[in-house]
Design a protein around this ligand. Structure first.
Ligand SMILES: Nc1nc2c(ncn2[C@@H]2O[C@H](COP(=O)(O)OP(=O)(O)OP(=O)(O)O)[C@@H](O)[C@H]2O)c(=O)[nH]1
Ligand SMILES: [Mg+2]
Length: 248
């Protein structure tokens, strides 16, 4: 019952002090982006009228405690999903962007021609769509499968490509090392080292000057990195707090 009164208080506070955050979730395919969005939107009640959904979420959601929507059966995202969720007085608009581009035939042909040209020039830019979804957001969430160490190099390359876009200068970055429920996942420290997402002096000491130049693109923004699991919901509370902190 105390949770019920807390929800009422949050709901009333939300009417007067509502904040918003727009977030883009990117990362390689099958890293767990859609699972992340599904899990954090659990318990959301949808109706045609926003106020009804608020009231239903407030009463049913608190009293019945909707289970967290974890499912192994997630289909790969086609292009993107968009979700709008409310946590306390913060409304989050979330872009869940596909790890690989799946486009209709004509754009695919154009993309193929573009990629062929890029490859000839030695600059393969396979996930260039990400920048469009990240442009103008309040935070970028980069999800990594912390078990699949073979893909860390690709993940690092794509992350640094993305963050080097001038339009994304200063946008806060949250790196999630997902699937920490699986044996063999790497620690946060190891993930930070593999992706070069820290510019602390101790880690810089170990890096070459080329890496230090890459780090400059990252360190002009707030960066956090957590190990988490969508399956066990480990660390999701901290992640939600971090996202809420980006609202305005
Ligand atoms: N064990 C475990 N499996 C997970 C976790 N998160 C996601 N998965 C599984 O990883 C697979 C891919 O998850 P998705 O959420 O579809 O990944 P995605 O990043 O959205 O993939 P794309 O849409 O293709 O870019 C699914 O089989 C999920 O069940 C986790 O925390 N632990
Ligand atoms: Mg997906």
């Amino acid at each position: 019952m105390p949770g019920f009164f807390t929800s009422i208080f949050q709901w009333i506070a939300g009417l007067f002090f509502s904040k918003q955050a727009e977030i883009a979730v990117v990362g390689l395919q099958a890293s767990g982006k859609t699972s992340f969005v599904n899990v954090i939107t659990s318990g959301q009640v949808r109706t045609a009228l926003p106020l009804c959904s608020e009231i239903m979420a407030l009463t049913l959601g608190t009293l019945l405690r909707f289970p967290v929507q974890w499912s192994e059966d997630v289909v790969p995202t086609v292009a993107f999903n968009f979700r709008k969720i409310r946590k306390g007085n913060v409304t989050m608009k979330i872009w869940d962007v596909a790890g690989t581009p799946h486009l209709p035939i004509l754009p695919s042909l154009v993309l193929f021609a573009y990629l062929a040209t890029s490859l000839c020039c030695g600059q393969p830019r396979f996930r260039s769509m990400w920048e469009r979804y990240c442009n103008g957001v309040d935070a970028i969430v980069f999800v990594v499968d912390s078990v699949d160490a073979d893909k860390f190099n690709t993940a690092r390359f794509e992350l640094h490509q993305l963050l080097s876009q001038p339009t994304l200068t200063g946008v806060p970055l949250l790196v999630l090392g997902n699937k920490n429920d699986v044996d063999g996942h790497v620690s946060v420290k190891e993930l930070i080292r593999s992706l070069y997402v820290s510019s602390t002096p101790s880690s810089l000491f170990e890096y070459s000057s080329a890496v230090v130049r890459q780090l400059d693109k990252i360190s002009d923004r707030p960066v956090s990195c957590y190990s988490c699991s969508m399956k066990s919901q480990h660390n999701l509370d901290i992640v939600l707090q971090w996202l809420a902190g980006r609202s305005h």
